[in-house]
Design a protein around this ligand. Structure first.
Ligand code: TXA
Ligand code: MG
Length: 331
């Protein structure tokens, strides 16, 4: 009889066992958790020896701070000081939402989590499994997006398993993320609230809470205020170009160009090479589909991706921001 030898990479178990996830986190391990935005790679935020494993697993530079996830606004004052009235109000009204509030931190939050900054990003993730998990814990969760540094964020448990499965202890499977873009990060420590990263909470919705008195930061790529603002932060492995289909057809041949479109496929290249973000032109649906679509091109027999800009209202500007970053190396 022939013997078969299997060499199996250690792969994290995927499941929905909250007590198991809680135990691993309590013991200082890593668990990928679902949120409404993207999957996070979580560890006990108050345990530096656990947090360091996040940086190692992701290959993330230490200067890039982590968001701290809590179960409710009542927790904010445990980890932050000088919480402005408008944050209290907004967070209380909204509850779990795709928003990260940057506030002055308490010394309880390890410097490793905040990369030595005197501020901390706090977020209440809107996912029933992760909220239930947080209810079971007496510590908050530090969690960046659960992808290798510089790659597209994961929006399913399978995305996490494909890239980080061998490096983490458990993946809590909460299905596909309902928002699909990372949280909107707002710095409340300056004279006026400043959006550091456009994300899953639209500027229009922000205006409803903050009025006109907030600004959206111009991103500096060399000195990012939120290092997620580093250009080329969302890069898929195939070159992505914006809005120059004719040129790319000439360069690669029309059988080798993939196309990421908003509503309608382009007649210039074969239909099977194209992905539509939202047939009905719904920007929320487009956001939900964006990262999975970028990943899908990886296994298609195309050599490049051409994406089109989306309308800039609602989540459109945040989607365009991710596309620009994905395209940065190839402009
Ligand atoms: O939706 C999200 O925000 C997801 C889920 C898992 O919560 N998390 C996420 O984490 O996108 P990450 O690490 O991929 O991006 C977090 C961004 C980083 O760019 C980091 O620089 C910024 O948040 N950040 C964290 N703490 C900060 C702080 N105190 N001041 C300024 N930026 C901060
Ligand atoms: Mg990230």
């Amino acid at each position: 009889m022939r013997a078969f030898y299997f060499v199996m990479a250690h792969t994290a178990i995927i499941g929905t066992d909250i007590s198991k996830a809680a135990q691993i986190l309590f013991d200082g391990g890593l668990v990928a958790v679902p949120t409404e935005t993207v999957y996070g790679l979580a560890a006990n935020a108050l345990m530096p020896e656990a947090v360091i494993k996040i940086f190692t697993a992701k290959g993330r530079p230490a200067f890039d701070p982590l968001i701290v996830h809590v179960k409710s606004v009542a927790e904010f004052s445990k980890y932050a000081v000088e919480i402005p009235e408008q944050v209290q109000k907004m967070a209380a009204q909204l509850g779990p939402a795709p928003i990260t509030y940057v506030l002055k931190k308490r010394s309880l939050v390890p410097d490793l989590v905040t990369s030595g900054l005197d501020t901390v990003g706090l977020r209440i993730p809107n996912h029933p499994l992760t909220l239930a998990l947080l209810e079971n814990l007496d510590f908050p969760l530090a969690a960046p997006s659960a992808n290798p540094f510089g790659y597209v964020s994961p929006t399913t448990a399978a995305h996490v398993a494909q890239q980080l499965g061998s490096k983490i202890d458990y993946i809590l499977d909460g299905g596909s993320c309902t928002v699909g873009l990372e949280s909107t990060i707002i710095d409340f420590t300056g004279p006026i609230p400043t959006v550091l990263r456009l994300g899953g909470f639209s500027p229009e919705n922000l205006r409803a809470f903050l009025g006109p008195n907030f600004q959206i930061a111009e991103h500096s790529t060399s000195q990012p205020k939120a290092p997620g603002m580093l250009s080329a932060h969302y890069a898929p492995s195939k070159p992505l170009y914006l809005d120059d289909l004719e040129l790319r057809i000439k360069q690669f041949g029309k059988e080798k160009v993939g196309c990421l479109v908003f509503q309608k496929k382009r007649p210039e290249i074969p239909s099977v090479q194209q992905l539509v973000l939202s047939k009905s032109g719904d920007l929320n649906e487009a956001a939900r589909n964006l990262f999975a679509a970028l990943r899908a091109f990886e296994t298609m027999p195309v050599d490049c991706i051409v994406a089109e800009y989306l309308p800039t209202d609602g989540l459109g500007a945040a989607i365009n921001d991710r596309l620009k970053r994905a395209a940065f190396h190839h402009q």
